[in-house]
Ligand binder design. Sequence first.
Ligand SMILES: Nc1ncnc2c1ncn2[C@@H]1O[C@H](COP(=O)(O)OP(=O)(O)OP(=O)(O)O)[C@@H](O)[C@H]1O
Length: 339
Amino acid sequence: MIEIRELTKFYGKGSRMTPALSNLNLSIGKGEIFGIIGHSGAGKSTLIRCINLLERPSSGEVWIDGVNMTGLNRKQLQSRRRKIGMIFQHFNLLSSATVYDNIAFPLHLDGRPKAEIDKKVKDLLALVGLEQHATKYPAQLSGGQKQRVGIARALASDPDVLLCDEATSALDPQTTASILKLLLDINQRFNLTIVLITHEMHVIQRICDRVAVIHQGGIVEQGPVAEVFIKPQHPVTREFIMRETDQGEELQAAIAASHPSSSQTVRISFLGDKTYESILSRTVRRTGVDFAILQGTISTLKNVPYGLLTVRFEGDEKAIRETTQELSAQGLDVEVIGG
Ligand SMILES: Nc1ncnc2c1ncn2[C@@H]1O[C@H](COP(=O)(O)OP(=O)(O)OP(=O)(O)O)[C@@H](O)[C@H]1O
């Protein structure tokens, strides 16, 4: 659906030229919710703006549905862009227009008949749950309601792709959850491809199918969300996940605290139904090792349960080895993180 090939973007000129993206490659499938996460300055906004050519790449190509966006002339690009919706962190609504007129705006630009516009806007108001607010102005809405208008406006031209530029960063946690739920609903209903950028792993965790981690203008890691969560490879990915799963200083202190010489600290990841099974207790009962829980969380990756448990096994070396082997054989992911 979206193919990004050797994308490079420089800002500035001559000796002041600095690269924001370097030879970046990415492939996003039809109907996917694809998350791109990175720290401030990593190149996220530049990347998402290069997808619809709001930023023109210095070199490389962006293909959407078999069309090379970088090869289009101005007119062709304008027409192609109608099929790429975008929503923004600060909503970018017209402050002097009502909710209704904000949503109708792209349809007017497109010269659609009035009756068609009216039906479409009413359908979209219902879709985003704003039927009661059609005549209000943006200043009279909450942040979440403004983003709902942004989403309705972006969907007005029946896009194939929706680009989300930090769409929930200005919202509180509860409103963020409701906007993410709406995006997931839209994705499932219309098989709409969604690309979102964020600096928050919980956004990725809630709705994305796959994730790419961007760092210093390049993709350092990518894969299905569960895979990246369970086996993060790059230090930046690890940092984002540790922050999300509360594996910070307190856990490090617990790991470093005094403990019997014959022990091993492991991080066990549970995915799907295994999260709620008694695999650990059955295994230690058989092998005869004790364990102390240092940290534990259960959350979901999209709709799949995901558990993370850090435990210290205590017992003889051979029994501990048998325990970790058996847990792995039962489909859990076990990583030794300390003695
Ligand atoms: N218009 C511009 N002119 C010059 N440099 C720019 C411009 N826009 C971005 N940059 C630089 O390009 C790099 C990537 O910026 P970008 O905004 O894409 O990062 P980001 O990951 O979206 O960061 P943030 O999360 O803070 O928005 C940064 O070093 C930034 O300073």
